[in-house]
Design a protein around this ligand. Structure first.
Ligand SMILES: [Zn+2]
Ligand SMILES: [Zn+2]
Length: 512
């Protein structure tokens, strides 16, 4: 009744929005159409956010014709663009794609909403291919378009695409503002070319802190802690004040290299010299840093002293350290504090018990996972050849050249075995990876991507692979040996950092 009254008394757009949302949740198509009628009667039929809401609703009820009909009521481009933006904000990529296809005219704002929307919704491949389409139209991309496309290349770690996009920016004489400069530095760092990042950094105007932050975090993911601190000290000379993001970068760099003293120094400097209150991220990197080197009690003390509620990321950092340093008590404390457990947490806990030879507890965790219906995450890797990106899932069979790929893989594995490689198949190490354990570890996606790279490139060429999860110990060992057998540099960007494999060793020194 109360609900009905608000509807009658306050028939403004917010109420209508809420009504439509309820219809979606309760799958009430009738009320949805009634509300639609109400929207029309009240004169809101061309109101962009309501149109977006109606479109989402009808898409939800699988009514593509009504979707397009609703959209066709929006007469001018300005409002159509707002509808596109609203839909993208709501994560409705597929619906937006249909609507976009029906637009009679599109301007640079339309394209930017689309490309940028894809990036925000993590559809990086879609963003890139739509950008290519945009280039074939008369609409010129602007700084906003490039900022999105550069981000897409960075997230994919796709170097050829990155170079191509950068080349276009130069060709079109696009003026670099601090957003684009920072994006370019970040892109090359994430594509494994920290040298190019540095070069750009030296050439651009550096009066905005974002540019410095991009450089420092870039150096951090490459494990170049000394260079990161050097850049940091240059900030003072060039009169740029660091902000809280700068310190996340610098602390991450210290953490990746296990530099406890340095980390403590910066954590202290941030608060006492720059008067920046540490936030969750800063506490998180401190816990990670202390935990990685085995200072478990101190890491736990940091958590206890935090002025705010520690989040799940922080407890997970402690839990990871508990696995490595076999600290059962703190491991259980961490688990008890993670309110919404995900599969990765169970994996860490089960691994911790395994490393303590506590098989019963490990088995109990595995059962908990099964009962709770938790699944491990799907591993994905991709490799860029020419400007084409090839993606592989674990145990993938879908690629057109799968037979040849498996042949190369087989050959490499045999040669690796001759070099003394033993797959980690025993119980202790069964569960070390974040991703789904396949019947055979040979089929983790980075191995497939690497085999494809070997198949498609000439001897001696560097191979670059990106992966969505943390690389597992087995694949890490395997790639080390393959780099030696083939005498090739192999670069893998995983969720955590870059691994540069050469001559049988990795740049992370087996610490990741
Ligand atoms: Zn693996
Ligand atoms: Zn490594």
């Amino acid at each position: 009744m109360l609900y009905f009254l608000t509807y009658v008394l306050l028939p403004d757009s917010t109420v209508l929005h809420r009504l439509l949302e309820r219809c979606r949740v309760s799958m009430d198509f009738r009320t949805a159409t009634k509300t639609h009628a109400r929207v029309v009667v009240l004169g809101f039929a061309t109101y962009p956010s309501l149109v977006a809401s109606l479109i989402s609703t009808y898409a939800h009820f699988h009514q593509p014709h009504i979707v397009l009909h609703v959209f066709s009521n929006v007469l001018d481009l300005f409002n159509m663009n707002l509808v596109i933006e609203s839909l993208m904000k709501g994560g409705q990529c597929d619906v937006v794609k249909k609507v976009f296809g029906k637009m009679p005219v599109r301007d640079v704002v339309t394209w930017n909403s689309m490309v940028g929307g894809y990036v925000k919704n993590r559809r990086f491949f879609c963003a890139l291919s739509l950008f290519r389409k945009m280039l074939s139209t008369k609409v010129e991309p602007d700084g906003f378009t490039f900022a999105s496309v550069v981000t897409a290349c960075a997230r994919l770690g796709a170097l050829s695409n990155a170079k191509w996009v950068h080349g276009l920016m130069v060709e079109k004489r696009l003026e670099l503002n601090y957003i684009l400069s920072a994006a370019l530095i970040d892109m090359y760092a994430k594509c494994g070319r920290i040298d190019v990042s540095r070069q750009i950094f030296e050439e651009v105007v550096r009066d905005h802190v974002s540019v410095w932050n991009a450089m420092i975090s870039g150096l951090a993911i490459h494990g170049l802690v000394m260079d990161a601190t050097e850049v940091f000290s240059r900030m003072e000379l060039e009169c740029v004040l660091p902000d809280s993001v700068t310190f996340v970068g610098i602390l991450t760099a210290c953490s990746h290299c296990g530099l406890v003293e340095e980390g403590r120094k910066y954590f202290d400097m941030m608060q006492n010299h720059f008067r920046i209150q540490p936030q969750l991220e800063h506490y998180g990197t401190m816990v990670d840093l202390l935990g990685r080197v085995g200072l478990m009690e101190e890491a736990y003390a940091v958590i206890k002293e935090m002025p705010m509620e520690p989040d799940v990321v922080i407890w997970r950092a402690l839990l990871s350290a508990c696995r490595i340093y076999r600290n059962k008590e703190l491991g259980e404390v961490s688990i008890a504090n993670i309110s919404r457990l995900e599969s990765g947490d169970f994996v860490l806990l089960s691994n911790m018990y395994c490393s303590l030879n506590n098989w019963d507890s490990a088995e109990r965790v595995r059962q908990m996972m099964k009962v709770g219906g938790f699944r491990k995450r799907r591993g994905k890797s991709w490799i860029e050849l020419g400007d084409c990106i090839h993606q592989f899932n674990a145990a993938d069979q879908s690629h057109a050249e799968m037979k040849s790929i498996y042949r190369v893989l087989e050959g490499l594995t045999q040669r690796a075995k001759l070099e003394g490689f033993t797959p980690l198949m025993d119980l202790v190490l069964m569960d070390v990876s974040e991703e789904e354990k396949e019947e055979n570890l040979t089929f983790h996606s980075e191995k497939l991507a690497l085999a494809y790279g070997v198949l498609k490139t000439s001897p001696g060429t560097k191979i670059r692979i990106s992966k969505n999860l943390r690389i597992c110990l087995d694949c890490h060992n395997w790639i080390k040996i393959v780099s030696k057998i083939l005498n090739r540099e192999i670069i893998v960007r995983d969720r955590i950092r870059f691994h540069q494999f050469e001559g049988g060793v990795c740049s992370c020194k087996d610490y990741w």
